[in-house]
Design a protein around this ligand. Structure first.
Ligand code: SME
Length: 187
């Protein structure tokens, strides 16, 4: 084979920014993320931005965020979006998620998701059984964090619900990073 042809068949060397290979959905499934939670969130945030670069479809964006987060953190048991129903503006309807069967609809003001939608504030709940009106879609859920999702105009479009089967599984680090990721992805 002539030398020029051989050179074309060589695998190109991809420079690495850090010890994990960034971007591309296939590569993400194989990467090793840092053990430290905040560092891991920072890595996942970068990966989400890379994978979604150029993708405008909202369902694709939500499905990708749910999958990448759910597959990056062991303390996540149920991870998904409840979106504001355009036909019923004070009602959430289940969107893309990872986990066991979720409830289909949640009214604003009901349970943890409804409280996040009603107030526009993140709800960090250490013990779901102590939360008034908590909706138990899966009785194994013990704690959760629910973060409102806003569009570029500041309109509420959804909430991200992350549940754990362990009590008090979420803290301010989860809250800060989830808020950051959702702002970067949807606002
Ligand atoms: N945790 C929610 C209900 C949704 S499911 O757990 C998937 C709530 O009380 O708002």
């Amino acid at each position: 084979m002539p030398p020029r042809r051989m050179a074309m068949l060589e695998t190109p060397r991809i420079p690495r920014r850090s010890r994990y290979i960034p971007a591309m959905a296939e590569a993400f499934n194989d990467i090793t993320l840092s053990a430290d939670k905040a560092t891991r969130y920072a890595e996942v945030a970068d990966e989400i931005a890379s994978v979604l670069d150029g993708e405008t479809n909202l369902t694709a964006r939500m499905a990708t965020v749910a999958s990448m987060l759910a597959n990056s953190f062991d303390h996540y048991f149920w991870t998904g979006f409840y979106v504001v129903d355009p036909a019923k503006p004070r009602e959430l309807v289940v969107g893309p998620y990872q986990g066991t069967l979720g409830c289909l609809r949640i009214a604003f003001g009901r349970g943890v998701c409804g409280a996040a939608a009603e107030t526009g504030q993140t709800q960090l709940v250490a013990d779901v059984h102590a939360f008034p009106g908590h909706i138990a879609c899966d009785s194994r859920s013990q704690s959760e964090v629910v973060v409102p999702v806003f569009d570029p105009e500041g309109q509420l479009i959804a909430v991200l619900d992350v549940d754990s089967d362990k009590p008090a599984a979420f803290d301010e680090t989860d809250q800060v990073w989830l808020e950051k990721i959702l702002k970067a992805t949807f606002a």
